[in-house]
Design a protein around this ligand. Structure first.
Ligand code: AMP
Ligand code: GLY
Length: 420
């Protein structure tokens, strides 16, 4: 078949989506807006920003795009799915109302409370003095979450009252993240894992599990980042926990969204934790995770265009099959990330790194300058490999990642340490 697809976004997640679509027998042409230097080798990149909804609608109309697939939460929160639907265009991604499950922590917490979905105890505040009094009366560490979108930086976990006071001041008095409320949450412990599901309103189709590494440095130290590496599957999470999460978290939440009048259609991402009291929700995202998608989609054996179509058109879902082989990947990030960093450093060694056919490289933040690939973001590349098990995947991916030459990149070498 000759389907034309547009992927919205320009990071590693979108590169993995483009790569999966390029394996589809239905798809003949892939566009990506805005894409990046790596995506440009597999798709035609168009210079439209991911949140420029009007221009994206106009482009899809003009090119006769059959299906648009949305990566970033900012596009969804900007109402891209609603605008495409209003224009009669097929799009994979939730409505703005359904995307609130990610864009407002308070909405997600209230939904979980109302429908008895297991999560940390919490209270939401818009008043600084009230929030501080509540924190003073509680235990440390405490979890403080800015209510709106904050690119993964809106969660702070102070160990003492002094730090908590400073964070509450940033969030509620100085509006450092924007003008919004704060969710004060009980601190939970245990391994975290990512459970992404294709959701068609009420029906929930699970993907294979993955695990991200949010902290910047080895041993899970340093500041939180967008994610420094990932792997799939997750052997420390037994099948009964996965079953519990599907039946008691993902399915009830999809049903709750229907009951609340904002049915969710797209990828519902459960950020879950296996606590001593069972699996609980840390957060929901309204889209594919990044970097989880980079290790999950290479394991997908089914045609991803058919999966997207089944959700978009409300038709029966084809069987979703996963490879037995494990995948594990290292993120190469600009020195200084997640704080400030410089851009424009040349990257070499791609061919050398890709000499092993089980290795893939997804570009997260690169651009092309005079025929050379240069860094253009905080997270720059994801170098991953597949193997018979995670140990083999890790060894191959690390050998490949070490062949990438760039003076301004760093990586964690311990991706997968919890299971290896
Ligand atoms: P979030 O953006 O909500 O996923 O939070 C970012 C990170 O903060 C999570 O991946 C957890 O590692 C940590 N975190 C968030 N909420 C809690 C909690 N209630 N207890 C312990 N850690 C948490
Ligand atoms: N890896 C976490 C996220 O995509 O938000």
């Amino acid at each position: 078949m000759n389907k034309k697809v547009l992927v919205v976004g320009g990071g590693g997640r979108e590169h993995a989506i483009v790569d999966a679509l390029s394996r589809s027998s239905r798809v003949s042409k892939i566009y990506c807006a805005p894409g990046n230097a790596g995506i440009a080798r597999q798709a035609e990149c168009v210079p439209i920003k991911d949140n420029d909804v009007e221009a994206l609608v106009a482009f899809a109309r003009k090119e006769g795009i059959d299906l648009t697939v949305v990566g970033p939460e900012v596009s969804l929160a900007a109402g891209i799915a609603d605008a495409f639907q209003a224009a009669g265009l097929r799009i994979f991604g939730p409505s703005r109302a359904a995307a609130t499950i990610e864009s407002s922590k308070d909405f997600a917490k209230a939904l979980m409370a109302k429908y008895n979905v297991p999560t940390a105890a919490y209270k939401t505040f818009s008043d600084y003095a009230e929030a501080l009094a509540y924190v003073k009366a509680g235990k440390f560490p405490v979890v403080l979450k800015y209510d709106g979108l904050a690119a993964g930086k809106g969660v702070v976990i102070p160990e003492n009252l002094q730090d908590a006071e400073a964070t509450l001041k940033d969030m509620l008095l100085d509006d450092k993240f924007g003008h919004g409320k704060v969710v004060v949450e009980e601190f939970l412990t245990g391994p975290e894992f990512s459970f992404m599901c294709f959701v068609n309103g009420k029906e929930v189709y699970p993907m294979t599990l993955s695990q991200d590494h949010k902290r910047a440095f080895e041993g899970d130290k340093g500041p939180n980042t967008g994610g420094m590496g990932a792997y799939s599957p997750v052997p420390i999470i037994p099948a009964e926990d996965e079953e519990f999460a599907l039946e008691n978290i993902m399915k009830p939440v999809a049903a709750a969204m229907v009951a609340e009048g904002c049915p969710f259609k797209g990828v519902l991402y459960g950020g879950l934790m296996k606590t001593p009291d069972g699996v609980k929700v840390i957060e929901f995202n309204c889209r594919f995770g990044d970097p989880e998608t980079e290790v999950v989609l290479p394991r997908l054996q089914s045609d991803i265009y058919d999966i997207f179509s089944a959700i978009v058109d409300d038709t029966p879902m084809p069987e979703i099959k996963w490879q037995k082989e494990a995948t594990l990947g290292f993120v190469l990030a600009s020195k200084g990330y997640p704080q400030s960093y410089e851009k424009g450093f040349e990257i070499k060694g791609f061919e050398n790194a890709l000499s092993d056919p089980s290795v893939r490289i997804y570009h997260m933040g690169t651009s092309e300058r005079d025929g050379r690939i240069v860094t253009s973001g905080g997270r720059v590349l994801m170098v991953l490999a597949s193997g018979a098990d995670l140990k083999e995947a890790q060894a191959k991916a690390l050998v490949a990642a070490d062949k990438i030459e760039c003076e301004n990149l760093f990586k964690r070498r311990d991706i997968g340490w919890r299971v290896l």
